[in-house]
Design a protein around this ligand. Sequence first.
Ligand SMILES: [Zn+2]
Length: 203
Amino acid sequence: MNDAPKKAWEEGLQACHVCDRLEPIGLERCGRCNTTLRLRKQDSRQRTLALTITASLLMIPAHTLPIMTTETLGDAEGSTIVGGVLTLWHHGSYPIALVIFIASVVVPIGKLIALYWVVLGRMGLDLDSAVRRSFLFRMSHMVGPWSMIDVFVVAILVGLVQLVGVLQIYPGLAVVSFAAMVVVTMLAANSFDERLIWDRVKM
Ligand SMILES: [Zn+2]
């Protein structure tokens, strides 16, 4: 296989990770946007791993604390995310229950697993598994922010349902941990340098 794809650094080139301009290795700053050039994002794996672990820990309060408290005629009742999904399901609101379940459980957990898999991946990948890894990373990066739908649902409910003394809804502490978890997961994905996947490919 003489026509195996070459890596840019083998040709003496590096890409600016802000504007993607190709510059020769050795140049300190990008000629277009003046960013400091680095062959790969600094400490990319360590940062991504640290942020992914943080997000996994934030997942615990996000799912065990109440996401909202419903006060009906003086009786306050807290409900967790999964509890809320089950209540919606029992009341026959299947589409909403499904959307919230996917946005708040399936997507965030899937994204964390994907990040662990991509960051802790073994050395010396073959081309196919690098393509799969890359695809999964981009997919999870793309759908990740949609998890915020949960936070918006609570925000809308809190704003809409305020019949003082009859029915009131308050946001719970889980909203804060959940929003923090989504943001930290996005930061984790952003600090990962996708080219590290390709660096491990054996050509
Ligand atoms: Zn640049």
